[in-house]
Ligand binder design. Structure first.
Ligand SMILES: Nc1ncnc2c1ncn2[C@@H]1O[C@H](COP(=O)(O)OP(=O)(O)OP(=O)(O)O)[C@@H](O)[C@H]1O
Length: 372
């Protein structure tokens, strides 16, 4: 096949993926996506089983060849079907992490890492290899054989192996699916560090709201081969036209910073755009960024800042939107608190009694905050 000359693009950093792919046969599954994603941070792909998440990742990797496709990764074109250009998988600078780590059983961790890098022909510097080893906390495992590793350790090594190839894109297909809940909790901080320290985009398939709340900056919701919605996680969580806001555990995810620790009451004070929040004391350095999750069911609304309640956290906010919730007794309210969006689920009766309308100033009383 003739390979068209495709020079470096002057496009903005980011991923542009327009893809149509069918497995063939009438009535068979069809993927049809047109996405623009940030060139850094974690973009989580979520949606029901069979909606095409893995198919999309395989198209990105060049393992499947879309009939119509354009793919650009931070200014580099990997595919342009209009110009009959298709960069084969081995020439795409990407790392792919699967559900199960497939390490070579007869090689030590260290040799598994080198083998992966050598096969890809990538030249990552000794310094960047050391950084990857440190980020994933695998220095003590380098001489071990894969059979001596736990599931979580194996997966950390598999991620390191993918990063040793100096990828410009990291694809992760449910990398924690094979781990039990405790192992998942162990590995999440490493993934957060990768998100914060690596300057490459990570596409991450996950079914788990907690994982998505902790890791994702951007969310892509898929349905039947198409994109239902995509955008910043914080925005999509409070979109009343999407199923997320109507789930039992719906809520907002908010970025905050540790401001101080209160010795008397054993509290930690966090500052966010919309004010401050206290949580039971956590051993975190002042200045550290944290993510908070505030469930809609834990937010009640008041018209005045009542100080005669035991509720510790209240934020001044404005009602942006009101909509019926799934249960007819409830109403969902989207609130703006100093630029942060919160979600509140209150009874329709309370909504009527307070005569709430869009644009109205309120106090959001927050019963419980989870530090993610
Ligand atoms: N090799 C194949 N041949 C034919 N159909 C396929 C093939 N692989 C996947 N499919 C079908 O394509 C659709 C999308 O599959 P895909 O694995 O991409 O979904 P998914 O969203 O990743 O699902 P899950 O969350 O269960 O992993 C499904 O209906 C699946 O049955």
């Amino acid at each position: 096949m003739k390979q068209a000359m495709v020079g470096p693009s002057i496009a903005q950093p980011g991923i542009i993926a327009k893809m149509a792919y069918g497995y063939g046969g009438a009535g068979e599954f069809q993927l049809d996506l047109d996405l623009t994603l940030p060139g850094q941070g974690v973009s989580a792909l979520s949606g029901p089983s069979g909606c095409g998440k893995t198919t999309f990742l395989r198209c990105m990797a060049g393992l499947l060849r879309p009939s119509r496709g354009y793919l650009e990764v931070n200014g580099e074109v990997w595919q342009d079907s209009q110009r009959q250009y298709f960069l084969p998988t081995h020439r795409r600078a990407l790392g792919y992490v699967f559900q199960e780590a497939s390490l070579l059983p007869h090689l030590s961790v260290s040799r598994n890492l080198d083998y992966g890098a050598r096969r890809s022909g990538a030249v990552s510097s000794a310094a960047s290899r050391q950084k990857i080893i440190d980020l994933l906390g695998i220095a003590a495992l380098l001489q071990s054989m894969p059979s001596a590793l736990s599931g979580g350790e194996r997966q950390r090594v598999a991620i390191a192996r993918a990063l040793f190839t100096a990828p410009r894109l990291l694809l992760m297909d449910e990398p924690m699916a094979a781990l039990d809940n405790d192992r998942k909790r162990d590995i999440l901080p490493y993934l957060e560090r990768l998100r914060d320290e690596l300057a490459i985009p990570i596409l991450y398939i996950s079914h788990h709201p907690e994982e998505i709340a902790r890791l994702a900056d951007t969310l892509v919701l898929m349905r039947q081969g198409r994109c239902l919605a995509s955008g910043p996680l914080t925005t999509l969580l409070s979109r009343l036209d999407l199923p997320l806001a109507h789930a039992e555990d719906a809520g907002a995810v908010i970025e905050a910073k540790v401001a101080a620790h209160d010795e008397t009451y054993h509290l930690t004070r966090l500052v966010l755009a919309g004010g401050e929040i206290f949580v039971p004391r956590r051993e975190l350095p002042v200045g550290q960024s944290v993510r908070l999750q505030i469930h809609a069911r834990d937010v009640s609304l008041a018209l005045s800042p009542s100080h005669d309640s035991s509720i510790l956290n209240r934020l001044s906010a404005t009602v942006l939107k009101l909509a019926p919730a799934q249960h007819p007794a409830h109403v969902l309210a989207v609130l703006d608190a100093g630029g942060e969006q919160l979600l509140a689920r209150i009874t329709r009766r309370s909504c009527d009694q307070l005569a709430l309308v869009a644009g109205q100033p309120v106090w959001a009383q927050i019963k419980s905050v989870a530090l993610l």
